[in-house]
Write a protein that binds this ligand. Structure first.
Ligand code: NA7
Length: 556
């Protein structure tokens, strides 16, 4: 039977990104009858889509890769400390090919709707190509930053030049040489693109609504010798990641901010500023995240760094955030970003002073003037964390939709289950630690936990697993509590559910999207739930599935 003709699986995995690849690997190893449905023409998720110039990890490459196979770790050489998108996509393809996973994946297969069949304890999954598949379990590996959002500006369709959202950067090379280019947005994506293209284009105009705090990535090549050393320390490296809140190699400084003199603090920050990666954010004093005074002092330190790097003091001031402190939003890391503004062909437009009125045939119009461009790049971000879930019509018990249930804020158990939506698993769901940490480290944890839960159900002949309402309420309350101490709760960012381009997500409502208790605490809690026999999950075996539950799960 062809993949396309087969209609029932024990498990359907949605998404062939980092999570989907690892999930199918686990299921194949267990001999489970499973398939991956992926809307893109190929695997890779984030790394398939985001092909814009400069796109690369902010995580150390060797902490981003999968840890599950010694052979894989031994065979793969990360060439840069922070690897670029083409290499990352090559890596994911290498993994899929090495373990022969591609044959379990169906591409160009968009999941549009899913309904839980209460009489048979199955999910009925409708795909864009008109098929209906069924599965006992559905695992959603659909990403946290995979639903791009265009700005709600009049005239977007009227522009006669080339324009695209960064997520949909064309596959064929885009010739920007000698072109007049606009970028809308100054988030992590724009901060990677701008210095990469500034020297190639004739003219680059950046439309900035709010600046972001940013610090150097300090990337470098990894030599054969260094890679050999990393390989010999992989166990140690992965173990160390799981002991830090963000699952990175960077853990917070043990000293208290106020225990250290101002002079020592500055010396420490000078050192962090020159070091690679997120250390400047995550190896800093803990108080940076929780204490207004400490945060303000450090923010001023970074502001001075920006002033030292940008020649025009007026431009420098515009690039310094005034509405939030350093690190309360996701900190983009940069390579010569601030220096790009020293070029004569790079211009910064402050949209607070002159907002965009509309996109025109030739470019765009702000309240200040008309601009003409060959290319407009929308680096306007994502309907983060819940956006990809909202774009699938998911109906649980009694026909309740996930969209309606989460309309004001997500409610989950451990970020991995939702009450009333049995047998639906989210290894990196909203409110899980994976949503805010070094993604693959969280993904491996989440996939392992979800796989163990399915095995628990299979071993006991259960056909339904549903988190209880009480467990969900307790977890959601715990997630909210973990925000209490954090300065981030006051910032308008995707950590708090803000997006001016999504109805209902504009300023005003805070959504408790991510788990702020840190990786060690999260892993401890979820492992304890499993060790105690999943008391927070109601299992049953009343399904009239028409087939023996045990037999149907083995790969056909
Ligand atoms: P971000 O970080 O959400 O940034 C989006 C940027 O686009 C941000 O500067 C926004 O300004 C700006 N934006 C959004 N809508 C508009 C409109 N309508 N007009 C003007 N400017 C606008 O997305 P990224 O893609 O950069 O990064 C997302 C994550 O991907 C990143 O954190 C990494 O983890 C990987 P605002 O701040 O809303 O004023």
């Amino acid at each position: 039977m062809t993949k396309e003709a087969k209609t029932h699986y024990e498990v359907i995995v949605v998404g062939a990104g980092v999570a989907g690849i690892y999930q199918i690997k686990r299921l194949v190893d267990l001999g489970i009858d499973a398939t991956v449905l992926e809307s893109a023409p190929d695997l890779g998720g984030t790394w398939y889509w985001n092909r814009y110039p400069g796109c690369r990890f902010d995580s150390e490459s060797y902490t981003y890769g999968f840890s599950f196979s010694r052979e894989l770790l031994d065979e793969w050489h990360w060439k840069e400390r922070f690897s670029s998108q083409p290499e990352n996509l090559r890596y994911l393809n290498f993994v899929a090919d090495k373990f022969d996973l591609r044959k379990h994946m169906q591409f160009n297969c968009k999941v549009e709707a899913m309904q839980f069949d209460e009489t048979r304890d199955l999910w009925r999954v409708k795909t864009g190509d008109g098929r209906e598949l069924t599965a006992r379990f559905v695992v959603l590996g659909i990403g946290l930053l995979s639903a791009p959002t265009m700005p709600r500006i009049e005239g977007v369709d009227t522009f006669k030049g080339r324009s695209f959202h960064t997520f949909y950067w064309p596959h064929e090379p885009v010739d920007l040489v000698g072109k007049k280019v606009a970028i809308i947005g100054t988030g992590a994506t724009a901060i990677q693109i701008i210095p990469e293209i500034a020297g190639k284009v004739a003219d680059l105009t950046i439309f900035q609504r709010r600046p972001n705090w940013s610090a150097p990535l300090n990337n470098s090549l990894i030599s054969k010798e260094e890679m050999a050393d990393i390989r010999s320390r992989y166990d140690e490296i992965f173990a160390a990641c799981l002991l830090t809140p963000g699952a990175f190699v960077h853990g917070p400084d043990k000293r208290g901010f106020y225990e250290v003199s101002r002079e020592e603090r500055v010396k420490f920050w000078d050192k962090l500023y020159d070091e690679p990666g997120f250390g400047i954010w995550l190896a800093n004093f803990r108080e940076i995240f929780t204490d207004e005074v400490a945060n303000a002092e450090f923010s001023e330190y970074i502001a001075d760094r920006i002033r030292r790097r940008v020649k025009d003091p007026r431009v420098a001031e515009k690039l310094i955030p005034k509405d939030h402190g350093f690190g309360v939003q996701r900190v983009p890391l940069e390579t010569h970003y601030f220096e790009a503004y020293n070029r004569d062909n790079v211009h910064l437009v402050d949209l607070k002073e002159t907002p965009i009125e509309r996109i025109t045939e030739k470019g765009l119009r702000t309240t200040g003037r008309d601009y003409e461009f060959d290319v407009i790049i929308y680096a306007t971000g994502f309907d983060a964390i819940t956006g990809a879930y909202d774009r699938i019509d998911i109906k649980g018990i009694g026909g309740e939709t996930l969209y309606r249930k989460w309309k004001d804020a997500p409610q989950t158990f451990l970020g991995m289950l939702v009450h009333g939506f049995p047998n639906l698993l989210m290894p990196t769901g909203p409110q899980s630690a994976s949503a805010s940490t070094n993604f693959p480290r969280g993904i491996e944890n989440g996939v392992n936990w979800c796989t163990d839960l399915m095995r628990y159900a299979w071993d006991r002949g259960y056909t339904r697993a549903d988190a209880t309402r009480e467990a969900e309420e307790r977890w959601t309350a715990h997630v909210v509590k973990m925000y209490e101490m954090m300065l981030m709760r006051k910032a308008k960012s995707w950590f708090t559910g803000y997006n001016s381009n999504v109805a209902g997500h504009e300023e005003g409502t805070i959504r408790y999207f991510v788990y702020n208790g840190g990786t060690p605490k999260f892993v401890g809690i979820v492992n304890e739930v499993a060790a105690k026999g999943y008391q927070e999950i109601a299992f049953s075996s009343g399904a009239r599935a028409g087939q023996d539950a045990t037999r149907s799960r083995v790969t056909a």
